[in-house]
Design a protein around this ligand. Sequence first.
Ligand code: SAH
Length: 392
Amino acid sequence: MKLRQIKLRRPFPSASKPLIKEEQVISGELTDNGEIVELVDTHGNYVGSALLAQQNKGIGWWLTKNRVDDFPSYLQTHLAQAIQARQHYFADHLTTAFRLVNGEGDHLPSLTIDWYDHYLVVSLYSKSIAAYERMLCNQLNELLDIKGIVVKRRYEDLQSLSSEWVFGQEAPEPLIILENGVKYATYLNDGWMTGIFLDQREVRQQIMEHYAMGKEVLNLFSYTGAFSVSAAMGGALRTTSVDAANRSRELTEEQFAVNGLNPADQSIYVFDVFKFFNYARNKGMTFDLIISDPPSFARTKKRVFNVIKDYPEIIRQSVSLLNPNGYLIVSTNASNWSSRQFDYMIEETLSQLTTAFEVVESFELPADFKTPEDSTTSKYLKVRVIQISDKL
Ligand code: SAH
């Protein structure tokens, strides 16, 4: 098949920087229907193949240096490779949910696929990849033993939210998945989220195995309380979960209950975290481990939360509620905030307080969230475990 050519100026996209910016295009019509094109330089020399897709940051993605004249077989090859690369996850019977395809990390830009115990959550981040939805589902069904597929069309805006079962049977609600032997209740067709963020698996495991035993644990921005559950399963004295969303209470209670833990032994507050800081101080509450995993941006009734602006205050307030030699676990998924900047913010904030501190462990994305080498923006997750020592 003869592909259309798009003429580009440098710097040419690559595996680590696949996004094609509009200002790089010298000539060639741009489309949004899943068209694969050949990229050429000003002399007409072949540079690579690309998937055209208009979205907020660019007009398409570089796929490969090789020629792609048949997208169905390109898709099949890379799905098979992605599955192959996750064989040890499939073999681990204590963990039944993980990421199967992570966009450009698996050479399939604007597509993520998560495995939830034989159900698949397919997220489509461009109209172009959505053009292959049916083909994708059929190929997945040939490659894997699947019970059902739910598709989230995330190129649409939040208002026209679309999540739909398109294949097989619907998963039960909740669907109980296992992660390192701990159960989590998930809802696969509930907006864009599922009740668990799979990219925090290693953090939950480490909390359970190393940081929770005998501790008073505070979990800020707790959502469905997944960190609280891992702490409670790891022997925490008690967990306190704080989230502004009304629904967080019943979802968090459910996460405890499915693990045979009595929710009444734990504390759950439906509070804005800044309100909780005041409340906790007035009540004289203190904690041994404070976990904080805020969203990058959120609008609540009272305020607009911006993680880069507000994190220093979260850290200062957390330290003021910490028992001697306590730990903070601070996390962010803001892709526009580099590791270096995040570490700098932590240092700046803590060095202004009269405490000594040491970063004792760091986490990035786990291996199933495969990212292109050298790509810093796609390695969005940054988690630091910090021990705060006695006042200097
Ligand atoms: N830590 C969670 C994920 C957090 S998602 C986990 O590991 O599963 C972000 C959560 O922050 C959402 O549930 C949202 O309701 C909550 N949130 C946003 N702004 C908030 C605020 N100002 N105070 C408390 N919770 C807030």
